[in-house]
Design a protein around this ligand. Structure first.
Ligand code: SF4
Length: 343
């Protein structure tokens, strides 16, 4: 496996903008390549780079606001490809792609997918270029294949861990989804959001995994957390300070609904929502966080309910005497607030 950062794009940006200082952030898996690239930028152009040490999990983690604080000239956000080139005032998105081939695992998957005639394809940033060849290979084996249309933020067939709005609209046209890549995180999310059988195609191990069990487990835990929170009298409503997750309006709405039902609410703000950060707030019986929904859906370390936005919607519905419904089945679990400029 080789993940390649789009070096040419970085050089083009440096040559066009002529910065003195560049702020950079990248997910953990790309830090080594990012550091090497910034070394080359320094040698070639004499440009200083500052690598952000804060968490960088998704496209929500842009650092546009920090450019001025650090007296830098622009920011490079590496590895979260999208339908846009720039976000905010200073930030350029730089693609990273994985050159692994899917031919072998598609042949393995064809046997597993045989009971499903109509397949939806989806993947995450690093494998987007594989959608076309995989579609053609599956079609040559007799499958009817659909790929969800792109939108203002996401490319065709792309999903984020919180946003499945490309795949969700085609869920009625397909019998199952095939997710390209070794990422249970994305594949489970796709299964939960679409409510469809979903299979993860891992090209490194040549394995095809049915995500149903993992999705069922997370769904049960998510429902249980909602019912536990129903008994709470004191809530903490957390607004995230990350650029792409500023859900101030949602936090207010949830706070109002809880207060109208007689619950006490303490409003909190933080960048990273972790068990350690929540531990000192002992009087709070349940939390609602309007940041990354995966903190709640995948978070196994909290000692009290920590609900995401879809779970909070379910909680409010139950408090108001309505059905909670299939609250995770929706195109987006959070409305990302990444500042957008068209590609
Ligand atoms: S909010 Fe969405 S994009 Fe950001 S880390 Fe969570 S799942 Fe990924």
């Amino acid at each position: 496996m080789t993940v390649r950062i789009d070096e040419k794009k970085v050089f083009d940006i440096i040559e066009a903008k002529k910065p003195r200082v560049v702020l950079v952030n990248a997910p953990g898996g790309l830090l080594r390549q990012t550091k090497e690239l910034m070394e080359r930028v320094k040698k070639k152009y004499g440009v200083t780079s500052i690598l952000s040490g804060d968490s960088c999990f998704g496209i929500c983690d842009t650092i546009d606001d920090d450019v001025e604080k650090l007296q830098a000239d622009l920011a490079l956000h590496i590895g979260h490809n999208a339908a846009v080139n720039e976000v905010g005032d200073y930030t350029y998105l730089v693609d990273a792609t994985d050159d692994v081939e899917f031919g072998e695992v598609v042949d393995t998957a064809a046997k597993v997918l045989a009971p499903y005639g109509r397949i939806g394809l989806a993947t995450f940033s690093q494998h987007l270029q594989q959608l076309k060849p995989v579609k053609e290979r599956l079609e040559s084996k007799g499958f009817q294949v659909s790929v969800g249309r792109g939108n203002n933020l996401m490319l065709e067939g792309q999903v984020f861990g919180c946003d499945f709005s490309t795949s969700y609209p085609i869920r009625e046209q397909v019998d199952a989804f095939a997710f390209l890549g070794e990422s249970e995180f994305h594949a489970v999310g796709l299964a939960l959001a679409t409510g469809k059988p979903t299979f993860m195609l891992d090209p490194y191990m040549n394995e095809v995994t049915d995500m149903q069990q993992a999705a069922e487990e997370r769904k049960k835990r998510a429902v249980l957390a909602v019912y536990k929170a129903l008994d709470a009298r004191v809530f903490g409503v957390i607004t995230c300070l990350k650029e792409g997750q500023k859900m101030v309006g949602r936090s207010r709405w949830i706070t109002n609904r809880l207060e109208m039902s007689g619950r006490k609410v303490i409003q909190l703000a933080m960048r990273d929502v972790t068990a350690e950060r929540l531990a000192p707030h002992r009087e709070i019986e349940a939390f609602i966080q309007t940041a990354c929904p995966r903190i709640s859906v995948d978070g196994f370390t909290f000692d009290r309910p920590v609900l995401s936005i879809p779970q909070a919607d379910a909680l409010v519905a139950l408090i108001e005497g309505r059905e909670a419904g299939e609250f995770l089945e929706r195109p987006k679990w959070i409305e990302l607030t990444v500042g957008l400029t068209k590609r």
